[in-house]
Each structure stands twice: as structure tokens, then as C-alpha cells.
Design a protein around this ligand. Structure first.
Ligand SMILES: CC(C)(COP(=O)(O)OP(=O)(O)OC[C@H]1O[C@@H](n2cnc3c(N)ncnc32)[C@H](O)[C@@H]1OP(=O)(O)O)[C@@H](O)C(=O)NCCC(=O)NCCS
Length: 174
């Protein structure tokens, strides 16, 4: 488990300030109480699928068959989860996963932050964590499919819309 230090400080340093396995600063940097909730990131795959489904419900996503969600997670290259940790309790507040050819390319899917935690820079931090993990595997081409209302969110992270005119194309069964 990785705790994100410097939650409210320079977001550009958020990734470099993460420390594997070490408890970081508390969510509210003005308080020194260890009882305060902390935000942590993890790449563990052994998630409670029903907790994930509840998170997805909270942003209004359509339910998907649990069996297929489990399969998708098991076959993903990287699974990132974000947790609110308070004492021994933790709550899933964010999720994203990436598929990959393990060499050149990765595609990010299912990016979600609990609505109660949105607008605090946590989605950005989770995406930076995901990108740093992919870069540490020497993946250089990271792609995703953005819903129209979140294009700006991804652009702020450095994603480019239609680079050199390239268009994402989809095929659906009739
Ligand atoms: C999209 C989502 C992950 C963003 O998470 P978040 O924690 O609210 O985002 P952050 O607070 O980290 O925002 C980071 C930056 O993106 C901007 N941003 C966040 N959501 C945005 C949106 N919907 N549209 C445009 N910009 C957005 C913020 O203003 C902020 O800008 P800044 O860096 O200039 O301050 C979250 O809103 C979410 O889970 N939405 C529902 C699920 C969804 O749509 N997922 C994406 C599917 S492609």
C-alpha cells in the first residue's frame, strides 16, 4: 500500500512524494492527529468486487456482470485503487485499470472517483500514480477513451486529443 504525502501541496510533486509501504501525511495537513483519515493507493488485485460495484453505482455507471468485471480485472496489466484509510478501516474511493501489450502500449479504463471525494485533486493524483506505474514498466504509449465531459480532466494530465489527427475507432456487433 502506498500513501500519498503532500495531498494539498504542489500536485506536480505528488507522485515523487509517495513512499511505498510507509504511512504518509494525514489528509488534513493542518491536523497532527493520527486518527484523521489518510488517502492511499494500491495496485492489489484482490478487490471486493461488490465494493467496486458500489463505487461505480455512485457515479451512475450501468452495472456489468460481476463475473466479467472479475475477469477484466484479472486480465488487466495494472489495477490501481484509492482508499480512504482511518485506523484499521479503509474504504474504496477510487479505481482505474490498464490493459497492455507489456512492451509498448497501455490503455486505461474505468477511471472513477467517489463523488464525495471529487474536486480535491484525487483523480489527478490517482492518474499520476497510474502513469508512474506504467512508466516504471517502460510503457511509453498510454491511451484512453474519454467521455466527452471529462476530456479537460485528461488534457490537464497531458493527454492529447486526436494527436496528428489520429481518430479512435470502434466496431460494435450489429
Ligand atoms: C473524472 C473524475 C475521475 C475526476 O476526478 P476528480 O478527483 O474529481 O478530479 P480532480 O479533482 O483530480 O481534478 C483534476 C483536474 O481536472 C479538472 N476536472 C475534474 N473533473 C473534470 C471534468 N469533469 N471536466 C473537466 N475538468 C475536470 C479539475 O478542475 C482539475 O483541474 P486543475 O488541475 O486545473 O485543478 C471524476 O469526476 C469521476 O469519477 N467522474 C465520474 C466517472 C467518469 O466520468 N470517469 C471517466 C470516464 S472516461
Amino acid at each position: 500500500m502506498v500513501f500519498w504525502k503532500k495531498l494539498f501541496s504542489n500536485s506536480d510533486t505528488a507522485i515523487t512524494s509517495e513512499t511505498t509501504g510507509v504511512s504518509g501525511e494525514i489528509l488534513n495537513p493542518n491536523s497532527q492527529s493520527i486518527a484523521q483519515p489518510q488517502i492511499s493507493f494500491s495496485t492489489e488485485r484482490d478487490l471486493d468486487i461488490y465494493e467496486l460495484e458500489e463505487l461505480c453505482d455512485r457515479v451512475g455507471w450501468a452495472r456489468r456482470p460481476v463475473r466479467k468485471v472479475k475477469k477484466a480485472i484479472n486480465h488487466s496489466f495494472l489495477v490501481v485503487s484509492m482508499w480512504e484509510v482511518q485506523g484499521k478501516k479503509r474504504r474504496l474511493i477510487g479505481f482505474a485499470r490498464a490493459t497492455s501489450d507489456h512492451a509498448f502500449n497501455a490503455t486505461i479504463w474505468d477511471v472513477v472517483v467517489d463523488p464525495n471525494f471529487q474536486g480535491r485533486g484525487l483523480g489527478k493524483a490517482m492518474m499520476k500514480y497510474m502513469i508512474s506505474q506504467l512508466r516504471s514498466e517502460d510503457i511509453s504509449n498510454i491511451t484512453l477513451f474519454a467521455d466527452p465531459q471529462v476530456v479537460t480532466f485528461y488534457q490537464r494530465l497531458g493527454f492529447i486529443l486526436d494527436p496528428e489527427g489520429i481518430k479512435g475507432m470502434f466496431w460494435y456487433p450489429d
